[in-house]
Design a protein around this ligand. Sequence first.
Ligand code: SDX
Length: 459
Amino acid sequence: MSGNKSIRYNFHNFIGTNKQVDHTEIVMKEKLATLSFSDGSPSIDFPIFGGTIGPDVIDVRSLYAKTGKFTYDPGFMSTASCRSNITYIDGDEGILLYRGYPIEQLAEKCDFLEVAYLILNGELPNKNQKFEFDDIVTKHTMVHDQMNFFFRGFRRDAHPMAVLCGVVGALSAFYHDSINIHDEKSRDIAAFRLIAKLPTITAMAYKYNMGQPFMYPKNSLSYTENFLYMMFGNPCEEYKVNPVIARAMDRILILHADHEQNASTSTVRLAGSTGANPFACISAGIASLWGPAHGGANEAVLKMLDEIGDVKNIPDFIKRVKEKDGQAMLMGFGHRVYKNYDPRAKLIQKTCHEVLEELDMKDNKLIKLAMALEKIALEDDYFIKRKLYPNVDFYSGIVYKALGIPVSMYTAIFALARTVGWIAQWKELIADPEQKLSRPRQLFTGSKRREYVPFAKRK
Ligand code: SDX
């Protein structure tokens, strides 16, 4: 148990701001929203709240009590499920801010742990805070040794996302001292553990697939260098991390770190609203991210490019997409919020070129195909009319491919980066006095009450 004691010592001495910025920015507007009915029922007023930026919201919490009616909004097209101080997106302008800072500046100037600190704590760290944060994360990258046996229960060809769902959920069976969600310190410890251990677990999932030995983390390396080392190193020889590749991977992690109330984050919040422990909530987020309409799209982009095969086949593929022929879809394109270029896609495209240059792969067939596909789609009326632009998943897969990472690992790397956002959003949820159990209602369209019919009398 001495290991556990030293963990507690380190966590308890952490001097970072370690506080969520409090919710002081919500403003009740003087005007009200009035709901009127055409059948002569009395109209009802609802308050309107404004945030610091972005659209105002109509507070409909009292709607059911006042009218006996629900709102109907499948897919949450017009619903703000919470208030949050973490990430802001202007989808029409293609703007993304983490805690107010533009993604372009953070991707250019920060390393991943600096951004992780910012997302978690609300402020950029000073020198001491950064040193301490990095130190705590670095010193908790190792997983409980019994985890090795846990991995061995999976088939060797298990999808890494299936492994991540299971192993991250299982962390709650290994770290009992960080599942008390009502204790702030315990929540912080869980946050550190998740951020520190996700690269180790993700690399273990890869090594297990490959049939290679797990690599223990190396504390002399940075967060991202360590991840690359655990992925590509082996115990037989020295592995030197290429700094250009490490920087590219670090930037990709920054670009994936948070994205306000996307499907997986909303899943984490929904699970969190029940009081479930943080490891279980993040595991739920991983499951939600896996879908091809969400984080699974980076894997799907590569499969799509493989299927197209050659620039000359693009027109036929685009035709099938436009005719909605079967499953054909331009993966890595379109977004619920961005009706403009996803700023992350631009940054990943730049990173992609840097990596291909470094690896002497400038004439890479895949990148040429992707760029030709992007150009044709951006000039096509179908995509223009629907405001469909490349999203974060369009180019990331090409970078991973150039690095020799198998396609099945792409969404797992997304999950590793997004863990920071998930845990920050989960902590914000737990600290928010307005949050309640998430329990949507429904418009019921099934059978009305009817009486049971015994077998013998059924037709
Ligand atoms: C991520 O929310 C987030 O923040 C997510 C994310 C994050 O960081 O967390 O940004 C990460 O999930 C990125 C998205 C990755 N997914 C894909 O690349 C899959 C391909 N994209 C589509 O499935 C789609 O664009 C969605 C799911 C991303 C968004 O879908 P919406 O907002 O529900 O829009 P929709 O499906 O109603 O589409 C509107 C129209 C439809 O055509 P019509 O019925 O009007 O004729 O656009 C068409 C759709 O058929 N359309 C596409 C298309 N995306 C939308 N047509 C062809 N190819 C596409 N990719």
